[in-house]
Design a protein around this ligand. Structure first.
Ligand code: 147
Length: 652
């Protein structure tokens, strides 16, 4: 009777007990990659970079993540750029490329317990089957992955905990078998497989093939919308939202993250949720701007924003650890009568208990995908009753967030007065769009640093001779969209080389233009002067190079970008195009040198001028290119070519 009366009065009684436990909690994480989402973080000023890394990884400070998932660079465009592979060609290996090694080290430095998970989006060309899959030779592909796992250990003393198969693309069961075998035979029995980073479909393969099941640790689904298939729930495998979120990181994005962190378990029994992406550290104007837990897109100022998804993460991460257990549905996990949800997570020694409650409304918690049905949330009072062995807890810390809409006041991850349970009960009045953490863990902390420097647009004039970049690293501020651009040295001088000599296993189809291309600057640039030195290669050469301005498309749409493209072939033939692949506007020939040459392109309004080695070669008026966009340079075909001394200034 009291329960019924309670719910009539909007007062739900929630009884927590431990007679049976739910599933093991496996952590909250973020993805760097898929792709190039941490690109601009690398050359942040050290001070701000360390602060950012603390907000992401440091325990009891910010997001305090349990898992870092990184892309295993595959030389292919994978959303906001391409990440280099450790093997551009079958005959070489290099473990000093890219930024994922560095990021994993920084994460481990802050939290030695953080789990590492590697996944490929693309693969280098030598693994490519004619159907654009990496299954030409499954043994070779497995060895390629195991080399990466082994290098993590050997060169960086990093233990990789989980490996995926192929991001959001179909896998071959034969490859999973060979990958498992190859890992085992190299001593990596503890590196567990998450399959298939796509839908719940992998459960069908497990059913059809009993030999497959033991090879797989967890089923990883992307954007599950908080639900899992029944077969998946009953498969006996841990279920992970191995990629989720991908929502603009304003307060609605924060609401999305709060709702799915709870409801992925409440509705779908998922025990791990991983955000795409970890940090939005790529140019504004690239796809999925600001779809990260926080934002850092200005290495030239050091400006960054600790967006609210960081603090939403903290509500769970700071008060739990991998290996704790959810309580059972009905006795600590469930939906609230008037909307919202709660989960309870208990430490293995049962000495610590954390309860997270969220009351996100539909419109305040929409995620990018999938669309979800309408639901109502109302203000409500709840009574939490600690039963059985949980009755020993008499006080808990209380952490609180009230999300407003942007511009409205929000209270974010604030510690309120410690609450006292009277006869095992505590009454809480819940408002809308709120998150509460009730916890016996005392170490919660809203970390903070003084405000970072103010934002400013990309600085002009700009000059880079690349002498400040370590060899094999990508040039700073150049966001490769197709191909792989690396700083190399001839002993005296550093320069940038486009490394790919063939098309990779593409994740999307950005490489279909056949060109290597790297972007720089600002999406809103319009009147711009660009100049770069280039040198054609003697071996495995690209047919030529180009400079480009006002590029309006990027990421997986790079092969569709418009803009002014000034191409120079290695035999001195030049072209002017209005897009990466379409209509030629002009062409001709000039003499060029064996070694370094200078290429210049100036756009002002509709006027466009090109020069080679300081001599003007065209000057015309064109109307068919976008009014603004990124600057870029690249290779006319996949193949080697070198670049140096990049100048950019405003065209007066
Ligand atoms: C995911 C990718 O795995 C990420 O690399 C990133 O591109 C992310 C951006 O939201 O999206 O890929 C998806 C792309 C489209 C859908 C699902 C996942 N979709 O349309 O359902």
């Amino acid at each position: 009777f009291l329960v019924i009366l309670g719910s009539v009065l909007g007062q739900q009684e929630i009884d927590l007990d431990t007679l049976e436990l739910g599933r093991m909690f496996e952590g909250i994480g973020g993805i760097s990659g898929g792709g190039a989402t941490s690109k601009l973080l690398v050359n942040y000023p050290q001070k701000q970079r360390d602060e950012i890394l603390d907000y992401l990884f440091k325990p009891n400070f910010g997001a305090s993540l349990h898992i870092l998932k990184v892309e295993i660079g595959g030389d292919a465009q994978s959303t906001d750029g391409s990440e280099s592979s450790h093997m551009h060609y079958e005959w070489e290996e290099n473990y000093e490329r890219g930024y994922e090694w560095w990021l994993m080290l920084e994460a481990k430095k802050r939290n030695p317990d953080i789990k590492l998970y590697g996944l490929s989006w693309g693969f280098p060309g030598f693994l490519r089957r004619i159907d654009n899959t990496p299954f030409l030779n499954n043994t070779k592909t497995a060895e390629y992955i195991v080399k990466w796992v082994n290098a993590a250990k050997v060169f960086y003393n990093l233990t990789i905990d989980f490996i995926g198969i192929w991001n959001e693309r179909p896998y071959e069961v034969d490859y999973i078998r060979i990958l498992r075998k190859t890992l085992d035979s190299h001593g990596f029995q503890n590196v567990l497989l998450v399959v298939g980073d796509n839908s719940w479909e992998a459960v069908t393969d497990i059913h059809n093939d009993p030999d497959l099941a033991p090879l797989i640790y967890a089923l990883g689904c992307h954007y599950p919308g908080t639900y899992a298939w029944d077969q998946a729930v009953f498969s006996g495998k841990p279920l992970w939202a191995s990629e989720d979120y991908s929502t603009f990181n304003d307060n609605i994005g924060a609401g999305c993250w709060a709702r799915i962190l709870n409801q992925n378990y409440v509705n779908g029994y998922m025990t791990s949720t991983i955000s795409w992406n970890l940090i939005a550290s790529y140019y504004g104007g690239l796809p999925y701007e600001r779809d990260g837990l926080m934002t850092a897109e200005q290495p030239w100022t050091g400006h960054y924003v600790v967006d609210n998804p960081i603090w939403i993460s903290a509500h769970t991460t700071q008060f739990t650890e991998i290996g704790w257990h959810y309580l059972r549905h009905g006795t600590g996990v469930g939906k609230l009568d008037l909307g919202g949800s709660y989960v309870s997570i208990l430490s293995p020694d049962k000495q610590d208990l954390t309860i997270v409650i969220e009351t996100m409304q539909h419109d305040h918690s929409k995620c990018i995908r999938p669309n979800i049905n309408w639901f109502e949330v109302k203000k409500q009072d709840i009574i939490i009753n600690l039963k059985g062995e949980l009755a020993k807890f008499t006080e808990m810390d209380l952490w609180f967030t009230q999300l407003g809409y942007d511009g409205n006041n929000s209270t974010v991850f604030q510690k309120l007065d410690t609450i006292k349970f009277v006869n095992g009960s505590f009454k809480l009045s819940l408002g809308l769009d709120q998150i509460y953490t009730l916890t016996t863990v005392k170490s919660g902390n809203h970390g903070s640093y003084p405000d970072p420097p103010a934002p400013k647009p990309f600085p002009l004039p700009y000059f880079d001779d690349f002498e400040g970049v370590q060899v094999y690293q990508e040039p700073f501020n150049l966001a490769q969209q197709a191909g792989s651009f690396e700083v190399l040295t001839d002993g005296k001088n550093k320069f940038v080389r486009q490394m790919l000599i063939d098309i990779p296993v593409m994740w999307c189809f950005a490489e279909q233009s056949g060109k290597g291309i790297t972007y720089i600057g600002n999406y809103s640039w319009s009147d711009i002067f660009l100049e770069v030195d280039f040198r054609c290669s003697k071996v495995n050469a690209s047919s030529g190079v180009f400079l480009a301005s006002r590029l309006d498309r990027s990421g997986c749409d790079t092969q569709l970008t418009s803009g002014a493209f000034f191409g120079m072939y290695c035999d001195g033939a030049w072209t002017l195009h209005q897009s990466i692949s379409d209509k030629e506007l002009d062409h001709g020939t000039v003499d060029i040198h064996e070694e370094w040459n200078k290429l210049s392109l100036l756009i002002h309004g509709h006027q466009i001028m090109g020069a080679s080695n300081g001599v003007g070669i065209f000057n015309e008026t064109i109307y068919d290119i976008p009014g603004s966009g990124f600057a870029a340079f690249g290779t006319l075909t996949f193949g080697l070519a070198d670049f140096d001394n990049l100048h950019i200034k405003t065209a007066e």
